[in-house]
Design a protein around this ligand. Structure first.
Ligand SMILES: [Zn+2]
Ligand SMILES: [Zn+2]
Length: 177
């Protein structure tokens, strides 16, 4: 949803909308989020504070994620709140004055006087997740030798030779002694 920021005057404006699961477009650099598993509920208030805009929002829905350890897909009920301060890019005449002021967060989703709320939502979804999401806290991950999912099976690597890292150590001791 595109909002013309010139329509935000003194009173805040409220935007409520639902994004359907097919709205999500993955990002090539990220393979953690596989998609939305339910419609995403978005509530955003935009108000003006001097030359800045304040966005306060809430998102909730269900994400389909890939576990960072065992790589299996799993579902995550997801709820997040956020607050952002945005400034419009300065006009050329204002630029020299602004150089002296503290820098505002860089803003990719403002184009001219318009803000793309979908882009804000997408970014907040990424921000709300840890670098690696896990299907469960004690996920055992994959065997580094054979790739078996250790949540589901005990692979032969461990059963027969112990941990692959230790067997080399054993050989080393044997040679020395
Ligand atoms: Zn896992
Ligand atoms: Zn193995």
């Amino acid at each position: 949803m595109i909002v013309d920021l010139r329509t935000i005057l003194t009173a805040p404006r409220h935007f409520d909308f639902i994004l359907e699961p097919d709205w999500w477009q993955g990002n090539e650099e990220d393979d953690q989020i596989l998609g939305l598993d339910s419609p995403l509920t978005v509530q955003i208030n935009i108000s003006r504070a001097g030359s800045k805009y304040v966005l306060e929002g809430r998102l909730s829905g269900r994400l389909r994620l890939r576990c960072g350890r065992c790589l299996e897909p799993f579902y995550n009920d997801f709820k997040t709140g956020f607050k952002l301060f945005l400034s419009l890019p300065p006009s050329d005449s204002e630029k020299s004055e602004l150089d002296l002021l503290e820098e505002d967060m860089s803003v990719d989703f403002i184009l001219g006087d318009e803000i793309d709320l979908d882009a804000v939502v997408r970014e907040q979804i990424y921000f709300s997740l840890p670098i690696k999401s896990l299907c469960r806290e004690d996920c055992s991950g994959l065997c580094t030798s054979c790739g078996a999912n250790l949540n589901k099976e005990k692979c032969k690597c461990r059963r027969e030779t112990g941990h692959p890292g230790f067997s080399e150590l054993k050989n080393l001791k044997f040679k020395k002694g």
